[in-house]
Structures are given as structure tokens and as C-alpha cells.
Design a protein. Structure first.
Length: 387
């Protein structure tokens, strides 16, 4: 079962393909040959010990079978390692291994490995080919597609980075079988986010999937008697999600500051203003990224309701679907004031106004400057999620 979604890489004449399906890691070599220009013969796999232990050898063997010389660079696991130190080590590794502009970097892992490897590929020799093999739900529906790459600094997340499109993305849905429950919830929150800003169709598709396949039993569906149906539904959901994201990116690759319409790339940041603030206030310790976005979506939807643009039933419907994604951890030892202060320093702050992504309806986002939203309303929404 291979669904090939063809995506036009924005800003360039070439297209890149996203392959989505089950059992695709074994086809990594064939896929790389398809994506990369002839002439290069080296690929550096960027992963961590855990993910490489699970899936590294099949990818490496497949690359080698296709004729590539493969080297492997393993980073430490965790968000805190998406930093300058890891970037420097990876760039030194590529130099030591004498990678040239004809060679390629392939990330194998979640958004942390993908964002770091993508940024390294964008600056090494002013840019070498990048391949993404995402193995978490967050990375399969969101971070591997669209070309945002970044590292974190002491000042905050993703503050240094580049827009750098990959040459291809390989999504093997079978890798999600080993994903821990909280990582699944985090991923499904991003899935709900894209549904909520996309349109009723994608939102309903997401809700139906989560109703049919409750997250608590997720790994079991891969081996159950009905696994064929499950895998087809999962691949279908991911395909629809990726196609939506790719459409938005194609229309606004670099998230233009001047765009304020509801197809601007900014809409993909729904839930992120409070989400980032919660991550920062909890020192990136209590919440996974998607979990923080789960809370952030509730806060943004509360503000939308209090502004009178989003009705009560729609708010309930959104909260219900976020609940289907799984239980969000209780927020401890933080005050609404701290979260509010952290939200005021959002990296998307352009000039003096922070743009909030709010909702008029499910699937109908609207961009509103914080100068149009009373501070008390923002604080009230933060209090609601801290309850
Ligand atoms: P992650 O990369 O830290 O992965 C989560 C955990 O799952 C890690 O411990 C990892 O080792 C483990 N893991 C990965 N694949 C696994 C598998 N198949 N089985 C078992 N364990 C596995 O986190 P993430 O949620 O994938 O990504 C979050 C990062 O992505 C953040 O840094 C965020 O800023 C970034 N992000 C970037 C974009 C973008 O557009 N570039 C979009 C969303 C998120
Ligand atoms: N994850 C948001 C974006 O890619 O724009």
C-alpha cells in the first residue's frame, strides 16, 4: 500500500514527493534514488539511539542496496539537544566525512532530528540535499513537510533556523506502532489543529478516525485482525493532513508578515501563542509540544467565543475532539500571570502587535492583532485552561 502524494516545492521549479504508506522503510533506497540527483553517493543518517535502534538498520541497508555509502550520526534524545552544540557536532561530522554538495543528509526520527538535520543541511556548504524520514505523528503530519528548520537557543524555541525544502519525505506509518502514548496524543493534537483551521471536511475526518480508533489502544490496531482497514484509514488521514499543509505552504512558503488572510501560513500556528508560552513557563519539562498546542487551541477558542465570533457549540465540539486525542497533563506550579508574560514574547511578534489565530467557525480561522483583544480576555482564557 503506497500512496504517493506529489507536492510542489514552493519557490522552486522542481517538485518533491511525499510517499505515504506501510512498510516503506524497506524502500528507502529506491525512494532516495528517485528524490536525489544522480552523481552523489553519500548519505548521512541523522537519528538518535532509540529510533536508530528500532528502524536504522532497515533504512541503512536499503540505502546501501541502492548504491549509497552511508554514515550515521546519532544525537542525544530530547528537545534540549536541538541546539547549537548538536548543530556544531553534526556539521563537524559532515566535514570529517568529507561530504560534498552532491551528497545528502537524511533525518530518521521526530521533529527534533528533522529540524536539526534540516538546518544543518541548509547551511553546510551553503546547502546540501535533505531527506526527511519522520517517525512520530507530529513529524509525519507537520514538521517534515513545509521546510521550516530550526534550533532552540537560551532565549526560546526555534529562534535560529531557515526555510529549506527537503528533496523528499518518506512516511512509513508502521513506525507509529512503537510511539509512546503521550507522543501519540501530542501528534493527534497537531492533527486536530490542522483540522480546525482547514475546513469541516478534515476536522470531521480527524474526529471520525479518533472515534473509530481510540488512542489508548493504538499500537494494538497494527496487529489486530482488522489491521488492513486501520492502516488504510491511518494512511488516508495522514495523506489528507499532509495535502492540506502542503497547499498552505505552497501559497505562502515563508509565512509572509504582510499576509492577514485565512490561507496565510500563519494559520498553522493556531494554538501556538499560548502553547509556546506554556512550554516556556514550564521550562519545557511538563508538556510535549503537541500537548501544549492542545491547551493553546482551547485558550484561543475561548477568546474567540468571548469576542462573540465563535459559538458555544463549536467550542464544545473542538474541546471534545481534543479530548479524543488523549489526556493532557495537569498543569502544575504556574500562574496565569507568568503564562501571559511569556505569551507577550512570542517569536511571531512582528513590531508591536502579536497576531492571534482565532476561529469564526470550525475550519474558518481569522487573524486578529492583540491590540483588538482585551488583556483581561486573554488572561481569562489562560485561567480557564489552568483550572
Ligand atoms: P521528538 O523528535 O522529540 O520525538 C519524540 C520522542 O519520540 C523522542 O523521544 C523520540 O526519540 C521518540 N521517537 C521518535 N520516533 C519514534 C518511534 N517511531 N517509536 C518510538 N519512539 C519514537 O518530538 P516530535 O514531537 O516528533 O517533534 C517535536 C519537535 O518538532 C519540536 O522541536 C518542535 O518545535 C518541532 N516542530 C517543527 C515543525 C516544523 O514545521 N519544522 C512543526 C511542528 C513541530
Ligand atoms: N508548523 C507550522 C508551520 O509549518 O508553519
Amino acid at each position: 500500500m503506497t500512496n504517493i502524494v506529489k507536492i510542489k516545492a514552493p519557490g522552486e521549479t522542481q517538485t518533491y514527493q511525499i510517499w505515504i504508506g506501510a512498510g516503506l522503510l524497506e524502500k528507502s533506497g529506491e525512494w532516495a534514488k528517485h528524490c536525489l540527483a544522480a552523481g552523489g553517493n553519500k548519505i548521512a543518517i541523522v537519528s538518535n539511539k532509540k529510533v536508530f535502534g528500532l528502524y536504522g538498520s532497515v533504512v541503512k541497508k536499503s540505502f546501501e542496496k541502492a548504491g549509497y555509502k552511508v554514515s550515521v550520526w546519532l544525537m542525544q534524545d530530547g528537545e534540549q539537544h536541538k541546539n547549537f552544540g548538536s548543530l556544531e557536532e553534526l556539521l563537524a561530522f559532515l566535514s570529517e566525512e568529507k561530504f560534498t554538495r552532491a551528497d545528502a543528509v537524511a533525518s530518521l526520527g521526530g521533529g527534533v532530528a528533522g529540524d536539526l538535520a534540516g538546518f544543518a543541511a541548509s547551511v553546510y556548504l551553503r546547502g546540501i540535499a535533505m531527506l526527511q524520514i519522520p517517525t512520530t505523528l507530529v513529524s509525519q503530519v507537520d514538521s517534515s513537510v513545509g521546510g521550516k528548520t530550526a534550533i532552540n537557543t537560551a532565549y526560546g524555541k526555534n529562534l535560529i533556523g531557515a526555510f529549506y525544502q527537503p528533496k523528499g519525505v518518506l512516511i512509513d506509518i508502521d513506525t507509529l506502532q512503537t510511539l509512546p502514548r503521550r507522543e501519540l496524543t501530542s501528534g493527534f493534537c497537531e492533527v486536530v489543529k490542522q483540522g480546525a483551521v482547514s475546513g469541516r471536511g478534515l476536522f470531521n475526518k480527524t474526529r471520525e478516525f479518533l472515534k473509530n480508533y481510540p488512542v489508548r489502544n493504538f499500537s494494538g490496531y497494527f496487529t489486530a485482525a482488522q489491521s488492513k482497514n486501520f492502516k488504510a484509514d491511518l494512511a488516508g488521514l495522514i495523506k489528507a493532513q499532509v495535502a492540506f499543509k502542503a497547499r498552505i505552504v505552497a501559497g505562502d512558503e515563508k509565512e509572509s508578515l504582510s499576509r492577514a488572510d485565512n490561507r496565510s501560513r500563519k494559520i498553522l500556528n493556531f494554538g501556538h501563542t499560548i502553547g509556546h508560552a506554556l512550554e516556556k513557563t514550564t521550562h519545557y519539562q511538563q508538556l510535549k509540544h503537541g500537548e501544549a498546542v492542545g491547551y493553546g487551541m482551547i485558550a484561543a477558542a475561548e477568546i474567540s467565543k468571548n469576542l462573540g465570533i465563535f459559538d458555544k457549540n463549536s467550542l464544545k465540539s473542538l474541546i471534545d475532539v481534543i479530548a479524543l486525542a488523549g489526556r493532557l497533563p495537569r498543569l502544575k506550579n504556574i500562574t496565569p500571570e507568568e503564562v501571559f508574560r511569556a505569551a507577550a514574547f512570542d517569536k511571531k511578534k512582528a513590531g508591536r502587535v502579536t497576531t492571534w489565530i482565532l476561529l469564526k467557525k470550525i475550519g474558518e480561522p481569522v487573524l486578529i492583532g492583540d491590540d483588538k483583544i482585551q488583556t483581561s480576555m486573554i488572561k481569562k482564557s489562560i485561567k480557564a485552561i489552568l483550572k
